[in-house]
Design a binder for this molecule. Structure first.
Ligand SMILES: Cc1cc2nc3c(=O)[nH]c(=O)nc-3n(C[C@H](O)[C@H](O)[C@H](O)COP(=O)(O)O)c2cc1C
Length: 362
């Protein structure tokens, strides 16, 4: 196998044989209805991208409480399951595979998005800097309510229920969203977790919720159809950790015991000037993990091919390139030019900037 084809070579992931090593990264696009039901436009969008080795769906709230952005699709009721069924069927008809990303945003929400205008919940009552996206436009974040110890089993149950709904919706697996400053990441990192109970303090305590969620979700799916996404250096959503190397080395080593489908590390923040722990070389994590390893952020055909050929990753997830290029594997194979992504239509609108990017054949 020549290096040039490394990213296009097949790979085994859980029970699946993927025809190539390009994953479509999870991408929130805010095209569902306001009550979180996937629609025909979303069917078309995912169908167009079925040649990815694996599609990871946009982040999808596992409960009304888990929602933090308008027009995101949910995975907790029958109407949403039905909407997703049309998507999974379309992807399967095209020969693709699709995992659903299970999401609880924690404090990255706003009372206007919460049931009964409630406060968003978090490990600790610490207000994030910045503004929430709401149906009324950007609004300042509020101070969230710290979850009671007695509420934590209910959070685990939300993820289990979401996983069960995803199974009914015909997905091939699920990815637990442990990244990017949302609820599970808020528990992991000490900038957002100031708890003094069994879910705060030591790294083992901060990681407890993630591991309980993995067990609950695996009880539905079998762990070999469950992936986990982490973002050790990501500063997005006002999150940080005083020692990301210690925190994430522990978490990643522990993940070996679950026999997951894959571990997905997004390297966002690696380059951020002054990022907490930027001295920490993320490549260390690869040596600690023994299963299928996916990397993300800023990869091109060349850098992805090098990462795979050199054994730094088994798969690469592409975000913006898949937004703009529905047929990305074919373009890589033919060394064809790429469409440019249109940032203005990332999180809003209809078909424009969503399903109207041209295919190579066009
Ligand atoms: C429009 C947009 C939406 C995103 N939505 C999600 C999401 O739902 N879940 C997630 O884990 N990451 C999300 N991300 C981050 C991407 O998965 C990915 O990490 C990021 O785009 C960097 O990869 P890239 O350089 O290949 O685009 C989003 C990024 C963009 C640009």
């Amino acid at each position: 196998m020549s290096d040039a084809l490394a990213v296009l070579s097949p790979v085994k992931l859980g029970p699946y044989k993927l025809p190539n090593r390009l994953a479509m990264a999870p991408l929130t696009r805010c095209r569902a209805s306001s009550d979180g039901i996937p629609n025909a436009l979303m069917v078309e969008y995912y169908r167009q991208r079925a040649s990815a080795g694996l599609i990871i769906s946009e982040a999808t709230p596992v409960s009304p409480q888990g929602k933090g952005y308008p027009y995101t699709p949910g995975i907790y009721n029958d109407a949403q399951i039905q909407g997703w069924q049309a998507i999974t069927s379309a992807v399967h008809e095209k020969g693709g595979r699709i995992f659903l990303q299970l999401w609880h945003v924690g404090r990255i929400s706003h009372p206007s998005l919460q049931p009964d205008g409630a406060l968003p919940v978090a490990p600790s009552a610490l207000k994030p800097a910045g503004q929430a996206s709401t149906e009324q436009g950007p609004q300042d974040f509020v101070t969230p309510r710290a979850l009671e110890l007695a509420e934590i089993p209910g959070i685990v149950e939300q993820f289990r229920h979401g996983a069960d709904c995803a199974l009914k919706a015909g997905f091939d697996g699920v990815e637990i969203h442990g990244a990017n400053g949302y609820l599970l990441d808020q528990f992991l990192r000490d900038g957002t977790n100031r708890r003094t109970d069994a879910y705060g303090g030591s790294i083992a305590n901060r990681a407890r919720l993630l591991f309980e969620v993995i067990e609950a979700v695996s009880s539905v799916w079998g762990s070999d159809k469950v992936g986990v996404r982490l973002s050790p250096l990501q500063p997005f959503n006002d999150i940080s950790d005083s020692d990301p190397r210690a925190t994430f080395s522990y978490v990643v080593e522990q993940l070996n015991r679950f026999n997951l489908a894959y571990l997905h590390i997004t390297e966002m923040g690696k380059e951020a000037p002054g990022a907490a722990g930027s001295a920490f070389d993320l490549e260390e994590l690869r040596t600690l993990y023994h299963g299928i390893y996916m990397l993300n952020a800023g990869y091109t055909a060349e850098t992805a091919t090098a990462a795979i050929a050199e054994g730094r990753a088994d798969l690469i997830a592409f975000g913006k390139l898949f937004i703009a290029n529905p047929d990305l594997p074919e373009r890589f194979a033919k060394n064809a030019p790429l469409n440019e992504p249109d940032f203005d239509t990332f999180y809003q609108g209809g078909a424009h900037g969503y399903t109207d990017y041209p295919f190579l054949a066009d």
